[in-house]
Design a protein around this ligand. Structure first.
Ligand SMILES: Cc1cc2nc3c(=O)[nH]c(=O)nc-3n(C[C@H](O)[C@H](O)[C@H](O)COP(=O)(O)OP(=O)(O)OC[C@H]3O[C@@H](n4cnc5c(N)ncnc54)[C@H](O)[C@@H]3O)c2cc1C
Length: 454
């Protein structure tokens, strides 16, 4: 019996597409070229410590509605810890402060959070409030100004001082877009800020996994698919897609030829073109400027110390090459006993991704000792550095023209992935939204195709 939907790629976008198609009663095959699901969000066992380690810390938000919907469906939502409302701690050598929303309705909670930022002068705090009316009136899809400006230019236009940029905006920009503010698109940043700050109070809350990423995203999804008549094919590289009369006719999964009624591609931008057979490639027009996608690395550093010197669950580091420190022991509910496991993140790590791992560990250890008074007595027991060279695409101003729609010139072929035209930077939520959108399109196509046969 022919399968209804073939989903190619087992990252978050593919998992969402496959689960949603299965929940609509469609038969699904999810094909993944590697031996694990999750794509760029996965975890594995660190043999030396017995801890589960993520390929990179993933920070999510209350406004990740599609992601939360997916986790609810596959039954792992309880493995995500969501703050009641926005609360971010910042730390430097001179002290700590918090961006914390007071108990006010949205969007007044944002005004309140900015006004309570004790580390900044009153003048800077009041100038930060100018961002709120700018957010209320901006349209990131159509404002010509926004579409051509960088984040840094936009912040300057709205009177943000160097202190306000360095202490708040740049951290949020790099943290959410994995790109320096001098390069990142103002339109994408404004869309992120509108989504986070102008929605419900909970939209701005930080959400952190309590478990490894594979357990959070992949395991529940694989079980869900099996329970709903779907299947997962591992080490199944899709290729040789043959197109006939504007429709995908067949796809090779390794050595096996299948004829799905609809196909959702959930592979990255650099993999989609190569999946088509020689004579069929031109049937799918992709933007000419696809080569403008630039990969941006993230370097993750896992460190295990013999004592617990960090109280917060996570903190941003100011004036340091390290952007964020996450206390994995606290998140897992282990605040004493065993080793303290910290996960450090360097975003937009073009330079660091070329450095020797030993040098990165030495730098990270130095930075922790500099910023955490209690670290001076601690001994570093284990370390692990993971360089993800293609973590995200650069959200630069001209990238909008390269992002593709989910529906394509091929009637039964749909494109998901964080790089499609979601209006968001490369994120879990962009991936999830694209997966749901493609599932809806594929389901709609199958419904129409069945009616045509009646
Ligand atoms: C270190 C790191 C940290 C990050 N931090 C955050 C964060 O804090 N918050 C956040 O929201 N996002 C974060 N991201 C980004 C987020 O992980 C990605 O945006 C998201 O996982 C992308 O999902 P995707 O499904 O679009 O693509 P992918 O995860 O890349 O999945 C594509 C899948 O397709 C498979 N594939 C490719 N070609 C074929 C083929 N021919 N046949 C079969 N399978 C194929 C690949 O093996 C892969 O599994 C981070 C990413 C990294 C790497």
């Amino acid at each position: 019996m022919p399968v209804d939907v073939l989903v190619i790629g087992g990252g978050v976008s593919g998992l969402c597409a496959a689960v949603e198609c299965a929940s609509r009663g469609r038969s699904v095959i999810l094909a993944e070229q590697s031996q694990h699901l999750g794509g760029r969000a996965y975890s594995f066992l660190h043999m030396e410590t017995g801890d589960i380690v993520d390929n990179g810390q993933h920070l999510m938000l209350g406004c990740y509605h599609s992601t939360l919907r997916f986790l609810r469906t596959v039954g792992t939502i309880d493995q995500l810890s969501i703050q009641p409302s926005l609360d971010i701690s910042f730390r430097s050598t001179v002290g700590r402060y918090r961006l914390r929303a007071p108990l006010l309705p949205s969007p007044l909670h944002v005004f309140g959070a900015l006004l309570r930022l004790g580390s900044l002068s009153w003048r800077d705090r009041l100038s930060m409030l100018r961002i709120v009316p700018a957010l209320l009136t901006a349209n990131p899809r159509t404002d010509a100004d926004l579409l051509t400006m960088t984040v840094d230019q936009w912040l300057t236009k709205h009177g943000q001082s160097l202190e306000a940029k360095n202490n708040v905006w740049n951290i949020l920009s790099i943290g959410t877009m994995n790109e320096r503010p001098e390069r990142a698109s103002a339109a994408l940043f404004v869309n992120v800020l509108q989504t986070v700050f102008l929605g419900s109070r909970r939209d701005a809350s930080i959400a952190l996994p309590r478990t490894g990423l594979s357990r959070l995203f992949a395991d529940g999804a694989a079980s869900y698919l099996q329970e709903h008549g779907g299947s997962v094919a591992f080490r199944a590289r899709a290729g040789n897609i043959v197109v006939t009369n504007g429709t995908v006719e067949s796809v090779m999964l390794g050595q096996t030829r299948i004829e799905p009624r609809a196909v959702v591609s959930a592979v990255p931008y650099h993999a989609i073109g190569a999946m088509f057979a020689h004579g069929s490639r031109s049937a799918l027009p992709l933007p000419e400027r696809m080569d403008r996608f630039e990969a941006v690395p993230i370097v993750s550093i896992h460190l295990w110390y013999d004592r617990h010197f960090m109280e917060d669950e996570f903190t941003a580091l100011l004036g340091s090459p390290i952007d964020w420190v996450f206390n994995k022991s606290t998140t897992a509910g282990r605040t004493s006993g065993r080793l303290m496991h910290l996960s450090l993140v360097i975003s937009a790590a073009r330079e660091e991704s070329t450095q020797a791992k030993e040098a990165i560990v030495a730098m990270a250890d130095r930075e922790l000792r500099r910023c955490f008074p209690g670290a001076s007595e601690a001994a570093l027991r284990h370390s692990l550095v993971i360089k993800e060279k293609r973590a995200t695409f650069s959200p630069s101003g001209d990238i909008a023209a390269c992002r593709v729609q989910h529906a394509t010139a091929l009637r039964n072929f749909f494109i998901a992935g964080d790089w499609t035209d979601t209006g968001l930077p490369a994120t879990i939520e962009g991936a999830a939204q694209s997966g749901y959108a493609c599932a809806e399109l594929a389901d709609g196509y199958l419904g129409t195709a069945s009616q045509g046969q009646e």
